[in-house]
Write a protein that binds this ligand. Structure first.
Ligand SMILES: [Mg+2]
Length: 211
């Protein structure tokens, strides 16, 4: 089941809120493979999908509506395409032994059931919130001024900024995926910590939590 914030019961342990796409599950790489199966490809020339997806036949650019349809179709079929990053599953289980863990995935809630099934299949049965809105107010509502440490992991600068604005004492961990198009992504705010991968992120979080 997809969790609402009011239905998530946190314990008296520290809290980790973790993004899913391109942090736990690969997005960019399988999305490119999916595009290929549809006769298209992604040109990594700026940090956006619209305007950079072209036909394999003649390199004509797909319009915004066609791109939105492809993203929608990919999320419908995500269980056939998306796989976890190395170390993600073991590290999340290790962290969840000492902290509460909640997934916060930026996707239309209509795709949440497929995402829930995929995470469950990977043994990642932690609570999942799927939402289109800004992440900062959601993490603030979840954490609700508890006097326990909190950490947030994401690959997008705007999400890290949003959570930093709304939960000032949150450890912000930036974990960019090793994919070409992410080189064009806007950088995160200065106070954000950059993790080279899951092991690095785990060390940072354990240090911050004192666990
Ligand atoms: Mg992401």
């Amino acid at each position: 089941m997809l969790a609402k914030i009011s239905e998530i019961h946190l314990t008296d342990r520290p809290l980790i809120v973790c993004d899913v796409d391109d942090v736990v599950l690969q997005f960019a790489t399988p999305f490119e493979a999916f595009l290929g199966s549809r006769g298209h490809r992604l040109l990594p020339r700026s940090f956006k999908l619209a305007g950079n997806i072209v036909s394999l036949l003649d390199e004509s650019i797909l319009d915004t509506t066609a791109v939105q349809t492809l993203i929608n179709d990919f999320f419908i079929a995500q269980e056939r395409w998306q796989t976890p990053f190395a170390e993600a599953i073991d590290t999340l289980h290790a962290l969840a032994g000492k902290a509460d863990l909640v997934f916060l995935t930026a996707m239309p809630p209509r795709h949440a059931d497929a995402r829930r099934r995929l995470l469950d299949q990977l043994t990642l049965s932690f609570p999942l919130i799927a939402a289109d809105e800004a992440k900062g107010p959601l993490v603030a509502a979840l954490h609700a001024d508890r006097s326990l440490p909190v950490a947030f992991i994401d690959d997008m600068a705007h999400n890290l900024r949003s959570v930093g604005d709304h939960v000032p004492d949150c450890l912000l961990v930036y974990m960019p995926p090793p994919v070409e198009i992410h080189k064009f992504a806007p950088p995160p705010p200065e106070h954000v910590r950059r993790a080279a991968g899951w092991i690095d992120a785990k060390d940072m979080i354990a240090l911050h939590f004192g666990i």
